[in-house]
Design a protein around this ligand. Sequence first.
Ligand code: SF4
Ligand code: FES
Length: 349
Amino acid sequence: MKVTIDGQEIEVEAGTTILQAARMIGGESVPPAMCYYSKLKGSGGKCRCCLVEVAKGSEADPRPMPKLMASCVTGCMDGMEVNSKSSDRVKEARESVTEFLLINHPLDCPVCDQAGECDLQDLSFEHGKAKSRFIEEKRTFEPENIGPNIQLHMNRCILCYRCVMVADQLTDNRVHGVMDRGDHSNISTCISKAIDNEFSGNMIDVCPVGALTDKTFRFKSRVWFNKPYDAHRECTTPGCCGKTTVWMFGDEIQRVTGRKDIYHEVEEFICNECRFDHKDPADWVIEGPREFDKDSVINQNNYTQKLDTVQIATEEGILKGREQDRKKISMPAIPLDKEEEDNFKHGNL
Ligand code: SF4
Ligand code: FES
């Protein structure tokens, strides 16, 4: 069947969603997606970032759809015509969704480990407003320790459910989920049980914001000060591909993640042993620098880039991975006053 998105026609198979068709076309017509994740069954339909205008329903029924549709859960029909980037209605809706998501999201990008690879940061950059109309108090939560490897910052969560789906689909024992309703909804473990399943670390990779971050990497560096390399090892954990991206500063592996595609989705999931326990470069076969297609501050540090260099006002030479620069890129090395220290300890920063 044929579908047209922003004037570009493409042939797709029955069952393809509008978002998937847009990704086949690529470029600026691809709607942003904060909750859909191609590797997780049943994801999508939560965040409303991917709204599009269906100007013609199908060849058989050409009437336009009256409401904007979530492209990640709306199937293509033969002859369908869709407006994404080209529609002012869509643009306005994306701005509204961005504003809505930011109502309770803290603006703590300067201390958030997700900064530089955060989907909400990208969405705000494209569709956000410089000022907030929200004058009420933001939602806050008591800090909760969810285990030795994953740091939960509930106030950053946008309730996309991706981490719940990872727990449901990759682990055999889901111990966390969304508790309560409405603006009290929060991600939590039942009776504070630790999330210690061998594949639980993938929640960090799928989280579109900094709500779930890697405790072994926490505050160590900004992602753009690391050099990403593709690496692999003979992993014996059943279900783990052993193929990762290792993020290095000098000779040190500061963190390990799954390999992410242009939409920030991992190609294959990895186990916790690969992610958290192998920080020695000798454990890995380093294949070469990781290539990123999408423009990002991470590209500043990536000498394989095909795009223009992203300029960040930073000290010359700091990207060389020298020992004397280690303190400058690491937050724990910065002296704090008492109040800031308490905030760090209680996870409020
Ligand atoms: S913690 Fe992250 S992945 Fe989980 S629901 Fe919240 S935003 Fe989504
Ligand atoms: S990506 Fe479609 S609703 Fe979230």
